[in-house]
Unconditional design. Structure first.
Length: 113
């Protein structure tokens, strides 16, 4: 997993934005976005379990969408694990719609701003 993360970020470093949310020097949230033209792919959303259900994921996604839009993104995509029902509900609430599957484990979702 660590090798995949390193390769994933290194190969697209100039196109990737990462947002980190901290509380008292502790990372409690993380979100990344890769920009390619007017398309942005959101990935690696994580909120520390202690801080979940406080609206932080919603705020982070909104902020990242705003940043992406400022950089010219009009279309946003993401992949979510099928069994992660809470994340699917979150993304649906934020206007994302399912448009396919990338494997037997992942649902592809998108949104146009």
């Amino acid at each position: 997993f660590k090798k995949w993360i390193a390769v994933s970020y290194a190969s697209h470093m100039d196109q990737t934005t990462t947002m980190v949310l901290k509380h008292q020097d502790w990372i409690i949230g993380h979100l990344s976005m890769r920009l390619e033209g007017n398309n942005a792919h959101i990935f690696h959303l994580f909120i520390d379990p202690v801080y979940r259900n406080k609206g932080l994921a919603t705020k982070m996604v909104h902020e990242m969408e705003h940043h992406g839009h400022e950089l010219g993104a009009l279309h946003f995509t993401l992949n979510v694990v099928k069994k992660n029902k809470a994340a699917i509900r979150l993304y649906q609430k934020l206007g994302y719609e399912e448009y396919g599957q990338s494997s037997t484990e992942y649902i592809k979702m998108n949104k146009t701003i």
